[in-house]
Design a protein around this ligand. Sequence first.
Ligand SMILES: C[S@@+](CC[C@H](N)C(=O)[O-])C[C@H]1O[C@@H](n2cnc3c(N)ncnc32)[C@H](O)[C@@H]1O
Length: 231
Amino acid sequence: MPSRATEKTDTNRSESKSPTPGQSIVAALSERFDLAEHRRYLARELEGVILDLGAGSGAMVPYLQTAVQREPALRLHALEPDPDRRRQAEQTATTHNLDIHLQSGRAESLPYADDTFDVVIASAVFCTVQDPLLALEEVRRVVKPDGEFRFLEHVRSDGLRGYVQDVVTPLWKRIDNGCRLNRRTDDWIASGPFALDEIETLSIGVSPSRPFVRGTATPVRRTETDDRILK
Ligand SMILES: C[S@@+](CC[C@H](N)C(=O)[O-])C[C@H]1O[C@@H](n2cnc3c(N)ncnc32)[C@H](O)[C@@H]1O
């Protein structure tokens, strides 16, 4: 894992350019002061072929641009099902002069061949996907055997906040684009088709969308026995 010093050198002034299109002031401030360090973590020392899953309006673009400046051979892909956000992401990429292959699609049925990516990045996506377990299986399918899944996700809290998240989620997902506050994405990554390499709980995010976790995981290859069970 890179040191904090490495994370700092991977910074670029373009990361603090104006908000991405369609972003509110609150979201822009949160990007700048809450999430920036963790987006840098997702984009650190990238090599090879990269997928930004559920790219939204392109929040990762400035960080990916920094990664390309360090490693010009990077090949970047991004998937975003929402046409408006996809257009905004295109605009963000153009603003940052970033060559990224952006396409429509869903995490549950990724339009890529097996073993395509060296790294798949997901930031604040698994709260929204319809079927997170299927999406994790798909991420595992498209990550190379020696590749990596990097995530930054808000998850269900313990204690009273978790209970409140359970109660509020049915309404919340209606007003916040399908976002579920009480997803146990951290547990699913740990027990599913990946082996966790590292995971850290972060005291960021505005209640009730907290805590966040960030981490990395590597694919566990499916055995023949698993295949038989799944058939
Ligand atoms: C909260 S936004 C996060 C966007 C971006 N990753 C970021 O860090 O700002 C969640 C994104 O996931 C996308 N999304 C929703 N369902 C999805 C799915 N099934 N597969 C892929 N992306 C999906 C949404 O359209 C939205 O752009």
